[in-house]
Ligand binder design. Structure first.
Ligand code: B4P
Length: 193
């Protein structure tokens, strides 16, 4: 199995690059943001509770997203590998993910971390908010709260995997294709081994 975490702050291009990477490498895409938005669209109790937090720019509780990922891993026994997009976002989520993969005799191969300046993140998300219909993309104070959550809770995920030498920083500004090429080069190096 080849398991990859695409890491970075909100708006760094995780969703954009994930679509291209799964098409090239045949990995199963697991985006906790997409899973949560699908719960919201179906108006499940989980979705209704998550929406009020997401609309404030806050993270949803660890046990909720860990449960969703556990379910997805169990439901995809034949996957050749997973691309985790927007997960893990806390140290507790990282530890839980490692334990879930261990049950499959697998682990994270690499964490590709997209690096983008804060001004560019805000510009991209406000721009996406014009067309996405996402309520968390339309207000600058909510976007700043999401970036704050990233600095306070999520950036520690990179420190956690860095201890195992698994983190590679990737310049997240430039054209979508340039960034895709840089990400692919890092994956190819590891697939060749
Ligand atoms: P996510 O759905 O993960 O959303 P994101 O971080 O905002 O998006 P991403 O970085 O994928 O942006 P994209 O590539 O699309 O999370 C939403 C919320 O869900 C969180 O705030 C939280 O509340 C909750 N949540 C999700 N996972 C959770 C977890 N594990 N634990 C707790 N809570 C969780 O790019 C953004 C824009 O930039 C797009 O418009 C794109 O077109 C543009 N763009 C991309 N690349 C570009 C480039 N190179 N140049 C110019 N523009 C570019």
């Amino acid at each position: 199995m080849f398991n990859l975490i695409l890491f970075g702050p909100p708006g760094s291009g995780k969703g954009t690059q994930s679509e291209k990477l799964i098409a090239r490498y045949g990995l199963k895409h697991l985006s906790t943001g997409d899973l949560l938005r699908s719960e919201i669209a179906s108006q499940t109790p989980l979705g209704i509770a998550a929406k009020s937090l997401m609309d404030k720019g806050q993270l949803v509780p660890d046990e909720v997203v860990i449960g969703m990922i556990d379910h997805a891993l169990v439901n995809n026994p034949k996957a050749r590998g997973f691309l985790f997009d927007g997960f893990p976002r806390t140290k507790a989520q990282s530890e839980a993910l490692d334990a879930l993969l261990k049950k499959k005799g697998a682990s994270i191969n690499v964490v590709l971390a997209l690096n983008v300046t804060e001004d560019e993140l805000i510009k991209r998300l406000l721009n996406r908010g014009l067309t996405s219909g996402r309520s968390d993309d339309t207000k600058e104070d909510v976007i700043r709260a999401r970036i704050g959550e990233y600095h306070n809770k999520t950036s520690t995920v990179a420190d956690y995997y860095d201890k195992f030498g698994k983190v590679v920083l990737i310049k997240g500004e430039g054209s979508v294709d340039e960034i895709f090429d840089a990400l692919s080069a890092e994956i190819d190096k590891r697939l060749d081994k």
